[in-house]
Design a protein. Structure first.
Length: 89
């Protein structure tokens, strides 16, 4: 029950922040390039792809939880690759 209450408090706090930000909006008297929204999406997508690339070994282990033998073999192979990459750098 405590987790549910904590989640409810966080949700309520987030709601208050959103309402405050919506109330504090000022009109923009400037030109906004239509391509800036696409730039935002491109930056967000590249950050997501970079995070997935950096965490690929952990993501592989997450999806291979069903077969422990294969997971151990893959972990050893990943460790060998990382040590080889560390010595070459």
């Amino acid at each position: 029950m405590q987790k549910w209450k904590r989640c409810a408090w966080y949700g309520f706090g987030l709601f208050q922040v959103i309402v405050f930000l919506a109330a504090a909006v000022k009109p923009a008297n400037a030109y906004v390039d239509p391509g800036s929204g696409l730039l935002f999406l491109q930056v967000g997508g590249s950050m997501l792809a970079g995070a997935m690339f950096a965490l690929r070994a952990k993501i592989r282990k997450l999806f291979r939880l069903g077969n422990p033998a294969e997971t151990k073999e893959q972990a050893k192979a990943d460790a060998a690759i990382e040590t080889d990459a560390g010595t070459q750098a």
